[in-house]
Design a protein around this ligand. Structure first.
Ligand code: LIP
Length: 263
C-alpha cells in the first residue's frame, strides 16, 4: 500500500463528518422514507448522506473502490482495487428516523480483507471515534482503551434482537444465553456505536448474529486498536456476518456462552 495511512484516516474522518453532518443538518426530514419493511427503513437521507461521503473519498482517491450500504447495484464480491472504502452513511437508521440520538456515520478503508483506517462519527453525541493500524484508537482526539473486566458475570454486552430468524438459530435464544451469562445486555440499535462503547470501556462485549460489513468495518478496527479483539465467527455467501468483539479478556467465555447457537 503506497498511500500514507494518516491521509487515509483523515479522509475517513472527513467523509464520516460529511455524511453525519448532512444527516444532522437535515434531521427535520428524517421521516422521508424510500422503503419501509417490517423491521427496517431506508431513508432519503441515507442516500444523500452516502453521496456526501462518496464525493469526499472520490475527490482524494479516485482510483479506489467504494462499497456503500446504499449502493443501488451492490455486490459483496471484493473488487480488485488497491483499497476498498466501506461506507455506512447512517448506522442506526431506525433510531435516527424516530429521533433517538444513537446513530452515526461510519467510514473505513480496507486493504485486502483488513481495515487499515476508520472513523465513526456520532453527531448528536458529539463523538468522533477513529483508528488506524499501528496507532491507538481515539475518541475526540484522546486515546481510548477497552475495559479490564475479566468475568462474564461483571460484563455489559451489547447485542441485537436480529429479526431475520431462519428458525434454526433463534435470536431470542441467543439473547437469553448471553443475558443469563453476563451482568447486563443492552440493545441500542447502532452496531458501530455499540462497538465504540466496547473500545472506550463503557461496555465489554458485542455480539450480533446477522450484521453487514459496513456496520463493523470501522468500529471493529477501533476496538482492536483500543486493545480489544474482534472476530468474524461466520460469513455467509451474501456477505452477512456473525460477529463478536470484546475487550479481549472475556472473548473466549462469551464465545462459549454462544456454543450451539451460531448459524
Ligand atoms: C443496523 C445496525 C443495528 C443492527 C441492524 C442494522 P443500519 O444498521 O447497526 O444495530 O442491529 O441489524 O444493521 O441498517 O441502521 O445501518
Amino acid at each position: 500500500m503506497t498511500v500514507d495511512p494518516d491521509k487515509l484516516l483523515q479522509c475517513a474522518i472527513d467523509a464520516a463528518r460529511a455524511a453525519g453532518n448532512h444527516a444532522l443538518e437535515n434531521i427535520k426530514r428524517r421521516t422521508e422514507v424510500i422503503v419501509r419493511t417490517a423491521h427496517d427503513v431506508k431513508l432519503q437521507l441515507d442516500r444523500e448522506s452516502q453521496a456526501k461521503a462518496v464525493a469526499c473519498i472520490k475527490s482524494r482517491f479516485p482510483e479506489h473502490c467504494i462499497l456503500g450500504e446504499e449502493d443501488e447495484n451492490r455486490s459483496m464480491t471484493r473488487p480488485a482495487c488497491e483499497a476498498l472504502w466501506i461506507v455506512d452513511p447512517i448506522d442506526g437508521t431506525v433510531n435516527f428516523s424516530h429521533g433517538l440520538p444513537l446513530w452515526c456515520s461510519s467510514v473505513a478503508v480496507a486493504v485486502g480483507n483488513d481495515s487499515v483506517a476508520g472513523a465513526v462519527y456520532a453527531p448528536v453525541l458529539e463523538k468522533l471515534f477513529t483508528a488506524r493500524v499501528g496507532a491507538p484508537a481515539m475518541c475526540n482526539g484522546s486515546p481510548i482503551r477497552v475495559s479490564s473486566v475479566s468475568k462474564l458475570s461483571e460484563a455489559i454486552v451489547m447485542t441485537a434482537t436480529d429479526h431475520n430468524d431462519d428458525g434454526r438459530f433463534p435470536p431470542l435464544a441467543r439473547l437469553k444465553a448471553i443475558s443469563s451469562s453476563v451482568h447486563k445486555t443492552r440493545v441500542m440499535g447502532s452496531a458501530a456505536i455499540d462497538l465504540c462503547h466496547v473500545a472506550c470501556g463503557a461496555a465489554d462485549g458485542y455480539f450480533e448474529g446477522r450484521i453487514y460489513p459496513w456496520d463493523v468495518a470501522a468500529a471493529g478496527l477501533i476496538v482492536e486498536q483500543a486493545g480489544g479483539r474482534s472476530e468474524i465467527l461466520r460469513e455467509s455467501p451474501d456477505g452477512v456476518l456473525c460477529y463478536l468483539a470484546t475487550n479481549g479478556t472475556i472473548h473466549e467465555d462469551l464465545r462459549k456462552a454462544l456454543d450451539g447457537l451460531l448459524p
